[in-house]
Design a protein around this ligand. Structure first.
Ligand SMILES: Cc1cc2nc3c(=O)[nH]c(=O)nc-3n(C[C@H](O)[C@H](O)[C@H](O)COP(=O)(O)OP(=O)(O)OC[C@H]3O[C@@H](n4cnc5c(N)ncnc54)[C@H](O)[C@@H]3O)c2cc1C
Length: 266
């Protein structure tokens, strides 16, 4: 049994966010972090490895420096890492990204007992589309918003979070699950893990490695093959400082009523 975890390197949005003139993020100028939901997906996989001894493979599509993130995940306890990287993949939207990741996962190999974990959502693109799209392209069942996962023979039971409650769902493997922060608390890298992270296998899948998969077609991957186009991108105008009124007396209330009337709110 193995668990394949899809992990995305995202810009650290707690710092300054830079946008290119064409509306895309200027990723090169920003610090990166591991997408938070993906850390929960990795922790879920490592906990299952602790219980069952299964293999954990982490996979990302990104530029060559994403290798640093994969080494961190190997130091946390993952067994193998795969970096999907190539110019042909650059500029991909969620449709193309899920297509490329699905081809990469097929190359890693999916057996009957295997599970694919992804984060629910990435904090930059924010669409939550990639996990479900990958499951569709791989032709396997999926459960999103997992708050608890239990392996049970050739199936898994997932507690799925809803807005006002939970849903318990049982699903046959192989399958895909998207994970949320309520699932667990991610562990830290261990000293022993850091020492061995560079001894573990890290494979690179470029265009040549994936091009024979029917999902990989230059007309449906990369910027040219992406059906999404950004036609306009802008920064919303800054809000003014606002007016503070203190006190709850008649005068203050009258002042507030005047201001709201001037703005045609009342
Ligand atoms: C026209 C256009 C051009 C773009 N060009 C680029 C570009 O050049 N470079 C770039 O980085 N982005 C680019 N993007 C953004 C990119 O399409 C999305 O970031 C990507 O498809 C993932 O979507 P998301 O962030 O909404 O992920 P979500 O769907 O919110 O992510 C859900 C989960 O899917 C998995 N996942 C998502 N992306 C990856 C990944 N790359 N590797 C492994 N797992 C993943 C993770 O587990 C993640 O938690 C572009 C978008 C558009 C519309």
């Amino acid at each position: 049994m193995k668990i394949i975890v899809c992990v995305k390197q995202v810009p650290d949005t707690s710092g300054k966010v830079a946008v290119n003139p064409d509306g895309t993020l200027n990723r090169a100028s920003m610090q990166t972090i591991i997408n938070p939901d993906d850390m929960n997906a990795v922790e879920a996989a490592l906990s299952m490895k602790d219980e069952t001894g299964c293999e954990v493979v982490v996979v990302t599509m990104g530029p060559p420096p994403a290798e640093g993130m994969l080494r961190e995940l190997l130091a946390m306890g993952a067994d193998r890492a795969v970096l999907i990287s190539g110019r042909e993949f650059g500029g991909s939207d969620t449709y193309a990204t899920s297509q490329i990741l699905a081809a990469g996962i097929k190359k890693i190999g999916i057996d009957k007992d295997d599970i694919i974990f992804a984060g629910r959502q990435a904090i930059d693109g924010d669409t939550a589309q990639v996990g479900p799209q990958m499951a569709e392209k791989l032709g396997i069942p999926q459960i999103t918003y997992a708050a608890e996962i239990k392996k049970d023979g050739d199936s898994i039971t997932v507690k799925r979070m809803l807005e006002d409650g939970f849903m318990m769902i049982k699903m046959q493997t192989p399958c895909l699950v998207t994970c949320i922060k309520e699932l667990n608390s991610p562990r830290y890298m261990s000293i022993g893990g850091i020492m061995t992270a560079y001894e573990k296998p890290l494979e690179i899948f470029d265009y040549a490695a994936l091009k024979d998969d029917p999902l990989i077609d230059l007309d449906t991957i990369g910027l040219k093959g992406s059906p999404t186009n950004i036609f306009k991108s802008f920064t919303p105008p800054q809000k003014g400082a606002g007016v503070m009124l203190e006190g709850a007396d008649k005068n203050t209330c009258a002042k507030l009523a005047n201001i709201l009337a001037e703005k045609h709110v009342i």
